[in-house]
Design a binder for this molecule. Sequence first.
Ligand SMILES: [Zn+2]
Length: 343
Amino acid sequence: MNPPLAPWLQQQLRSLLAQRGHALLLSGPSGLGQYDLALALARSWLCEQPGPDGACGACGSCHAIDVRTHADLCVLMPETLSLELGWPLDEGAQKEIDDKKRKASKLIRVEAARDAVSFTQFTRSRGRTKVILVYPAERMNIESANTLLKTLEEPNGEVLFVLATEAAHQLLPTIRSRCQSHAMVWPGEAEALDWLLQQATEASKPVAREQAAVWLQAAGGRPEDAMAWAATGLQGTTWAQLPQALARGDWGTLAGWPPAQQLAVLQKLCHDLMALASGAPARFFPTEQLPPAPRWTALAQWSRELMGAARSVEHPYNAGLMQEAWAARTRQVLASRPSARSA
Ligand SMILES: [Zn+2]
């Protein structure tokens, strides 16, 4: 069984089910539940007895999706993510990975996109509808996207698409323009906190509301990202003290975290200092814990460097060296002459 949808996703599901285009694009920053919503839509479209709130959860179609074997649902994902989320790979691809001929791809491969196209041409096996779910859609390279484009333009029979993305600007404009766009809705703070507390309780790791609030702040208000912070065991006081610790060159708290998460902290710190330097409120850290904002030009340069680092963070040449370089650079930026405004 699928766990129930978060309430803010349930509301979006209801309104999306009421309008019906043949291709939906769910977009917004990470951590707002794009994948869960996309899957709930696919499940509702394929359900034998759907209601206004979505799939029934009890019919053969719902069950087939829950056990990842629905013949009329094609899930197009990077192989790494398919493996993580339990979606079966094409037999040939699985064998190549098992035989260590190559690693699982982090992109949506063109072979998989071609399979999706031929999927639309097979005879339907269950009902009238077929669904292609693409997530994260920005992981299609140009070849994969172009392969899918033709089917998206002229769907063969009753084919519905749901694409979900955390970086809509990286999609081909031709893909974006073929889809009806839906901007993911942000949950309210209280709603997100209730959900986080419930997740923690269900995982038998109940937490105090204040602690969950720290995770949510660290995640900039995005509940699923807050779950990732929870998984690091991040404590409230630790988070608040991070900017000062990093300014001292103390990397101790971050050292055990995955590189991507370390980088995310630096990006958040940079964001907050830029906000401070321009007179706006900080978003991720308590304002009183932030060091004086460095000059704008220094922050802008650091921000560009961090963005560059983010592009290669999943396959660093040497994680230890990278971490040392980040620590040194962070200390340097934070120690540079403050901007006139915050001085
Ligand atoms: Zn059903």
